[in-house]
Write a protein of this length. Structure first.
Length: 479
């Protein structure tokens, strides 16, 4: 099954065919760095992180560009509020972005450009648009003339005449059309500025991405992505200015991820339900957050609440428990398994259907149940065939984890860390548990099975489960 992608531009799934065979050029809109990242940013970044990982796993040579918008009205306002420079504001939140995304185990993009380092590229495109009569300067500003671009609205499905009829835009008599958008803004006192043919100023928001994309990836790219909120006006305007400047298609496949709600409400600062990534990481393992973000199809809205986070945490623990159990029973494979097994093929079938991570994670859960049954069978009948099959399945599971950004830790370390975390949140004293386990061992040695069973049941009421092994008994806390 070949890869198909839902293209926002055509509103249908299409077979994936790249501009250049074997190579993928992908651009994703990164953050405007004026504040800390929230869980909505995490969804977009994790979604495209997984898409890039999967394309590479399929053998593509992927050049993934994710930008930073480091000059913008919001950054300037934050600088004025805090009494520091716009550059200092941007640098602070770029550092925070990396801290948050590194914690979420997001791989760095191939290139991570900043708008302020592409001013020459921006000026070059704006000049070209003016020369082609697709843009016009006025009082140091430069605007794109939307009426000159016949396909304006093709991404969002909006018609310019309909938008004009119900327009709610700032009135600016200098514009030829209310929807004309700024390519270059004349500087105001205290703002960052650069020299240009139209006077000192700074770039508009939309032109930044067209300049960085064309400079680093070429004038036609394979994939452009971002959140659904960027479809209009940002991505619509990117199409208009890029295709008007270069006279060729800008993007082959447009990919947009859905929104995150908080307890069934839209996330917003005004509602007080604005969740920062760093705050969520204090209460939840980063891989559990990834599991939550990927357990729904990327185009669907998802709801963040206590229940789904608890479920994701419990499911992650089951995956690591399986890996830990496999190592306890079978040890590590003497040779790394290179074959692709059933579960990898089924995962790829899911991902080839528009990167359906929800189905892909369903494959992971099914594989986990199957492997646990196989481990039970091996303990009853330790045959080489079952052992080989378990290791192949384990290899598939880790390969899938490599795409999803899961199962990156040593199972024993993860499980011990989770056990200590649960102990710190409960009133159970580990010393008491160890004493009860010792008493149970002595009761079993004396063949006092009634007392041994009573101690086990006592521990179960404390949410402690035991596992007897040839070299002793280990214990785990139930979630």
């Amino acid at each position: 099954m070949s890869l198909t992608i839902y293209n926002t531009l055509t509103r249908k799934k299409e077979p994936f065919e790249t501009v250049e065979s074997g190579k993928v050029r992908m651009y994703v809109c990164g953050p405007t760095v004026y504040d800390s990242c929230h869980i909505g940013h995490a969804r977009s970044v994790v979604v495209f992180d997984v898409i890039a990982r999967y394309l590479r796993a399929m053998g593509y040579d992927v050049t993934y560009v994710r930008n930073f918008t480091d000059v913008d009205d919001k950054i300037i306002n934050k600088a004025n509020q805090t009494g520091v420079s716009s550059q200092d504001v941007a640098e602070k939140y770029i550092r925070e972005f990396y801290e948050d995304m590194d914690a979420l185990k997001v791989e760095r993009a191939t290139l991570e450009p900043r708008a302020t380092r592409h001013i020459d590229d921006i000026i070059r495109i704006v000049s070209r648009l003016i020369e082609k009569n697709m843009a016009y300067p006025v009082d140091g500003d430069v605007y794109f003339a939307v009426e000159k671009f016949n396909d304006y609205g093709k991404l969002s499905g909006r018609k310019l005449e309909d938008m004009e009829a119900g327009a709610r835009v700032d009135v600016d008599e200098r514009k030829h059309n209310p929807f004309d958008f700024a390519l270059w803004k004349a500087s105001k006192p205290g703002e960052p500025e650069w020299n240009s043919p139209w006077g000192k100023g700074r770039p508009g928001w939309h032109i930044e991405c067209s300049a960085m994309s064309s400079s680093l990836l070429g004038e036609t790219i394979d994939i452009h992505g971002g959140g659904k909120d960027l479809i209009f006006p940002h991505h619509e305007n990117e199409i208009a200015q890029s295709e008007a400047a270069f006279d060729k298609p800008f993007v082959r496949y447009w990919i947009h991820n859905g929104f995150i709600n908080i307890n069934s409400e839209k996330m917003s600062k005004s509602l007080g339900n604005f969740l920062l990534i760093r705050d969520v990481l204090k209460i939840c393992h980063p891989e559990a957050i990834r599991l939550f973000l990927l357990s729904s199809h990327y185009r669907s809205p998802i709801d963040f609440n206590d229940q789904v986070i608890e479920e994701s945490s419990a499911n992650l623990k089951k995956l690591y428990t399986l890996l830990g159990r496999t190592e306890d029973i079978l040890g590590s494979p003497t040779n790394e398994v290179a074959l692709n097994g059933e579960w990898w093929h089924r995962f790829c079938e899911a991902m080839n259907d528009d990167f359906n991570t929800a189905r892909g994670i369903g494959v992971v859960y099914e594989a986990t149940r199957t492997m646990n049954r196989m481990l039970d069978a091996f303990q009853s009948d330790p045959s080489p065939e079952i052992k080989k099959s378990i290791f192949l399945n384990r290899s598939d599971l880790l390969k899938i984890g490599g795409v999803l950004g899961l199962l990156t830790e040593i199972p024993a370390h993860y499980l011990e860390t989770e056990k200590q975390k649960m102990l710190s949140q409960s009133s159970v004293d580990p010393a008491i548990i160890e004493k009860l386990i010792q008493d149970r061992a002595e009761a079993r040695k004396s063949k006092n099975w009634q007392q041994a069973d009573a101690i086990r049941k006592q521990l179960e009421t404390m949410r402690v489960i035991l596992e007897d092994k040839p070299d002793g008994t280990i214990w785990k806390m139930l979630s």
